[in-house]
Every structure is written in C-alpha cells, then in structure tokens.
Design a protein around this ligand. Sequence first.
Ligand code: SF4
Length: 346
Amino acid sequence: MKKNIKDYNLEELKQEFVSISEKPYRAEQVFKWIYEYNVTSFEEMTNLSKELREKLNENYTLKNFSILKKLESKDGTKKYLFDIQDDGNAIETVLMEYKYGKTLCVSSQIGCRMGCKFCASTGIPFIRGLTSGEIVEQVLAVQRDENVRISNIVFMGIGEPLDNYDNVVKAIRILNHPKGLAIGARHISVSTSGIVPKIYDLAKEQIQCTLSVSLHCPNDEKRSELMPVNKIYNIEELIKACKFYIEETGRRVSFEYALAKDNNDNLEDAKELIKLIRGMNCHVNLIPINKIENGKFIKSTNENIIKFRDYLNEHGIVATIRRELGSDIDAACGQLRRQNLYNKVN
Ligand code: SF4
C-alpha cells in the first residue's frame, strides 16, 4: 500500500527522501507544494523532475479527501462528510465563521470509545484513530473547497483527541509549523473528556495550545452517569491535572459545560462548580446541549442558561454562552456520520 505523504512531518520527510536516494531539500519543496499551494497531485509539483514525480506517484499518495456530503447552515456554518479514501470510512469536519476568523472543528478518530451519554458518536462503532495526515487533510480539503484560509482549529469533532495522542500531537505540530500550515498554537484548541495522564503529557509538550475540558457536571455522581471516563479519572484528579496544565504552560484552561434541562442546570450545580474551579486561570464555556437522536437529554431553557452564566460571573468565574451554530444542519459531532451509517444499512 502506498504511504500517505501527509503523514510525515518535515524532518521525517527529509529522512524519507534520503532513504529513497533523494536530496533532503526536495522534501522541503514537496512540503511547500502541499501546505502552501495545496496541490492534489505530484504532477503539479513542477519544480521536481519528471522521474522524481513518477517515483513519488509509484510509492506515495497525497490522500486527498473527497466530499460525500456538504451541508450549509443559514448562519454560514458548513458541515462536511469526507470520504477518507482507502477504507470506505467517512469523517465529519465543520467550518464555522466567527468574527475573529474561520474556525475548523476537526475529527480525531473514526468513532469514539468514550461513550458520553449526550453525544451522537456514542452507539456507533469505533473504527480507529485518524493518522496525523488524515487530521491535517481535513484542513487542506476545506481550504481547497472554500478557497479560504483557516485561522483556528478546534479538536472537537468525532473522537477523543487524547485517545489518539501521538497522531494528534504530530498533526498539531504540522498545523503549527511555519513551513506547514503556520496556524499559531494559541489558535489551536484540544478538547478532552478527561484522560488525565495525557493532560500531563500534553502540558509537557510545551505546545501552547488551548486545553478545553468537557466537564459538564460539578460532582462525580452526576458526571460518572453522563461520562463513563469519570469512573476512571474522577473530578479531583481531573482538576489537579488542569492546574498542572495551567502552571506548566501559562495558558488558561477552558471548561466546557453543556447544560441539560433538569440535569446539571440548576443553581446548586453552579455553586458546586464555583467551589471546584475558584481561583483557577480558567473560563467556562456554557453550551446549550444539542438534542440528539435517541438521546435522553434535552436543552436547558434560555432563561436557565442565562441565570447559570450570571451566577458564575457574579461569583468571579468568567463564563460565556457559546453561540449555537449550525443547529439547522445537525452540526453536533457525530450526527452526519450517524445518518450516513443508517442510510448505508437501511
Ligand atoms: S463527546 Fe467527544 S469524547 Fe465524548 S463520546 Fe462524543 S466524541 Fe467522544
């Protein structure tokens, strides 16, 4: 099977070229064609000799995704279902418009093992983690399709990024590399359901990306019911790891809190949350939960969401309500892939 050339970082590609008796600077040229010019074939790399282009064609692929489906919301959010080419699997990527730029929500795995009860990825089979090249290709494919430059990346699509740690970190380094996509690390956000040992590892990488933790509940009893990962790494351990991340990187941690009606949205929950994170360099992102097919959680009322936010703000916790984007196109992670699977079997 041909190797995906996008799975190499620049140093690895140089070594690879040496191993096929090519000069390392050729790797720099190929890197430039991929990340600066976003070409989709070796034939387009016109400053390489014909022989080298043929050699590359014989042994490597650029693994360009094709679009299986593209949905566009009234608010400008665009959701892609990509065919990842070699194994019949599909992944989702969402492009969102914010005033500070275009943000891409990328998937890190095909499926997810974490089993969060509110998530559309739960209940559909986990296949595998994406390679770093497949993660980066989501950005390239959208940039090609929309002819835009993506300025922010959030790892909040399908999958638990820290369950695919090595490939995610490698992808971040390529996205961030000045000769890669040159996206500032501070514009890259990694979300986790709370795989504690990997939070420590990520802190030590010194990448300066934002850590976004899906907290959702302020106590173990409720959180374990919603997120099975909490039975392995409880809230105390999770908060300790977040404090380490803040200390080590100097970065503020973002806590995601999806509000579900009559579940985690009352003021008692807000009080517990304040006690838990008071004094930390953090921000709380309140998310009106997306109702999913077969999901038992429903969205909190607007009134409750505002009350919850105001209560946190009044008690010194910076909290904002995330703007709902793409609700008319099922932009919550997993929903399009879920529909695609159902369509295949029905
Ligand atoms: S919310 Fe994220 S971590 Fe949890 S099941 Fe869904 S994709 Fe996985």
